[in-house]
Design a protein around this ligand. Structure first.
Ligand SMILES: [Zn+2]
Length: 103
């Protein structure tokens, strides 16, 4: 597992998780309730963290960067199909040639 995103705002973290999952990247949340159980706990105590499997880290990192770049300046990168080696646009979630999922 690797840490891919952490933010003091739980709602931002939650939104990021949803974003990752919508792109086929399952994630694991740590410290989800640490800042909210008592309501009075300082924000900086422990931030919620999004962790992903090692093999999904690069993809997750890219998605996080895309989400943070506010799409206007999104630097979308092409990806290469691991089955047929075809080059695919970043907007494709399946290989256009052989339909292998990006992940
Ligand atoms: Zn392919």
């Amino acid at each position: 597992m690797k840490l891919v995103y952490t933010q003091e705002n739980r709602f931002d973290v939650s939104a990021m998780r949803t974003y990752l999952e919508s792109h086929g990247v399952p994630s694991f949340l740590k410290n989800e309730f640490s800042s909210s159980i008592m309501g009075e706990v300082p924000f900086f105590s422990v931030w919620p963290e999004i962790w992903v499997a090692d093999e999904l880290f690069e993809q997750a990192k890219r998605l996080v960067e895309e989400a943070q770049s506010d799409e206007s300046t999104a630097s979308e990168q092409d990806w290469f199909c691991h089955t047929c080696k075809e080059n695919n646009p970043a907007t494709f979630e399946l290989c256009w040639q052989c339909a292998t999922p990006l992940k």
